[in-house]
Design a protein around this ligand. Structure first.
Ligand SMILES: C[S@@+](CC[C@H](N)C(=O)[O-])C[C@H]1O[C@@H](n2cnc3c(N)ncnc32)[C@H](O)[C@@H]1O
Length: 321
């Protein structure tokens, strides 16, 4: 039965539209609607495999060694990991259906783990509230908004700390908490969330002139209507999420470079000596360029938090991050 008042806070409307029984992600695989680093190139899975290998070694090769992918979609990342040792336990955490068949453990919540926790483009899909002048913005299924009552004290407090310049604020508290709860499941190892987002300096510059809450359907950006017909997403307040777990932020172009992803073209002489190898290397270089592009995927944030072990080389905290 529809609720008598069709207007609800964005967090409630988004949660229903995406994750209720007939919600968008229960009926659609993410890969049908948008490209992520995972679906853009197998080089990403190769880099995650190298990262997992480094974490495995730093933990002394435990049995099992966990690789847990939160917001695993159709299990594309886990299925694409090359050369997985038998000792590794691969787990997809998803609200959407188990794709089956790939030998993956499939769970609805993050289990305790020793190993690598990964979440690619999960946090931007965690429902959030929107405020305007410290009042809750409400929305109905077609995307029409109205102003509701005063925001909670904690939402106002978050806004003052993390989005002080805006009248319209996308409150990152739910993402901070979701990430903190996931990281709390890591007994020993490394947690990595990869997502698009902003930091305080960006928010201070653009204030409320650039709200990021939007919709995606069939590869196209659409008006955000919480009616179950599209993905609903908003940029992640990366610095706030990092602070929530005592972690730090590295940009994807730096993280992938540290893991051996480079966009160098092969020497022209190879096109004569070995045309097939030349073409393969050209293709890899162009895929790497997409993953590393500063204004695209390369500008995504990697939120890193090591638990009971060292950060892999090139991925540790540095001054100013
Ligand atoms: C944008 S898709 C990313 C898919 C995949 N990681 C990739 O990079 O291609 C986000 C996924 O997160 C899932 N998700 C959202 N909240 C979740 C939660 N609390 N637990 C598990 N999965 C969740 C959604 O169902 C959706 O499949």
């Amino acid at each position: 039965m529809p609720p008598s008042d069709p207007f609800r806070p964005w967090s409630v409307a988004m949660s229903d539209a995406l994750y209720s029984e007939d919600g968008f992600f229960l009926r659609h695989r993410p890969a049908q609607h948008f490209r992520t680093s995972v679906t853009a190139s197998p080089l990403f899975a190769g880099a995650v495999r190298r990262l997992a290998g480094l974490v495995d070694a730093s933990l002394g090769h435990p049995d099992p060694f966990d690789v847990v992918d939160v917001g695993a979609g159709g299990g594309e990342l886990l299925s694409a990991l090359p050369d997985v040792p038998a000792r590794w336990r691969l787990t997809g955490v998803e609200l959407g259906p188990d794709p089956g068949g790939a030998g993956l453990r499939w769970l609805g919540s993050v289990p305790p783990l020793e190993g690598l926790l990964l979440a690619n483009e999960w946090l931007d899909d965690v429902p959030l509230d929107v405020l305007f002048d410290e009042r809750v913005v409400q929305v109905q299924a077609d995307g029409t908004e109205r102003l509701g009552g005063p925001a909670s004290a904690e939402a106002v407090q978050w806004s003052k700390r993390w989005w002080p310049q805006g009248r319209r604020v996308e409150v990152g508290l739910t993402r901070d908490r979701a990430w903190a709860a996931a990281v709390a499941q890591v007994r020993r190892g490394l947690a990595v969330a990869v997502d698009y987002g902003h930091v305080l300096g960006d928010r201070t510059t653009y204030g409320d002139r650039r709200p990021t809450l939007t919709g995606y359907r069939d590869g196209r950006q659409v008006r955000p209507a919480p009616d179950g017909s599209c993905d609903l997403t908003a940029h992640v307040a990366l610095d706030s999420c990092a602070a929530a777990v005592g972690g730090h932020l590295v940009r994807q172009r730096e993280a992938l470079a540290a893991l051996g992803v480079h966009a160098s073209a092969p020497p022209p002489s190879l096109s004569v000596a070995d045309p097939r190898a030349y073409l393969t290397q050209v293709q890899a270089a162009s895929q790497a360029a997409e993953l590393l592009e500063r204004r695209g995927l390369g500008g995504f944030g990697w939120l890193l938090r090591a638990v009971g072990t060292a950060y892999p080389p090139g991925l540790g905290p540095r001054a100013g991050t």
